[in-house]
Design a protein around this ligand. Structure first.
Ligand code: ZN
Length: 180
């Protein structure tokens, strides 16, 4: 039996009980158990939570909530959900305000690509835990360190990061100014 099968069986035998990394380590004799647990959750939808999900669990403690599998626990984002999050966030990076079609400031000649990302990487794949990031912010090349360029694109990015209501106010102000 492979280590993943052993871990699956162990969790299922202790459903609703706290399981510790020490127990899993002893069971499998491998050091990669954390990855195996992630795979059981992400690929199989096993409802395993950790201290990242619930304050009463200590680091190194896991809990299989119930035997039913749930796609909510999977970290895979399907096409429909991805499209919904992109639409909800106005096709705009939550960190730097870049949008589809903007030139990539780090890769001349390339355009920005958007990703849908987990806010809490260990949390469930529900809309509330998802956000849009551009390829640069997603890879940690955050534009936050670089002040926005004082040009139209830089200012537009700042505006796109504001809540919808604020954006509407700016639109109103510009209308008042520009329309006769
Ligand atoms: Zn970004």
């Amino acid at each position: 039996m492979g280590s993943k099968d052993k871990i699956r069986k162990f969790f299922e035998a202790h459903v609703g009980e706290i399981v510790t990394t020490a127990e899993i380590r002893e069971l499998t004799q491998v050091s990669e158990y954390a990855r195996r647990i992630r795979e059981l959750r992400d690929d199989e939808g096993m409802q395993i939570i950790s201290h990242n999900d619930r304050a009463d669990l200590k680091p190194g403690e896991y809990l299989l909530l119930r035997l039913e599998r749930s796609p909510r626990f999977s970290h895979k984002i399907d096409k429909v959900q991805r499209a919904r999050i992109l639409e909800r966030n106005g096709l705009t990076c939550a960190m730097c305000g870049a949008t589809v079609g903007d030139p990539d400031p780090y890769m001349p000649g390339r355009k920005i690509r958007l990703h849908v990302d987990h806010i809490n990487p260990d949390g469930p794949t529900i809309d509330e835990n998802l956000r849009v990031l551009c390829n640069n912010c997603n890879e940690g090349r955050s534009n936050l360190a670089v002040p926005p360029a004082p040009n139209t694109l830089g200012i537009l990015r700042q505006i796109r990061k504001l809540p919808r209501g604020e954006q509407a106010r700016i639109l109103e102000e510009l209308r008042k100014k520009l329309e006769p």
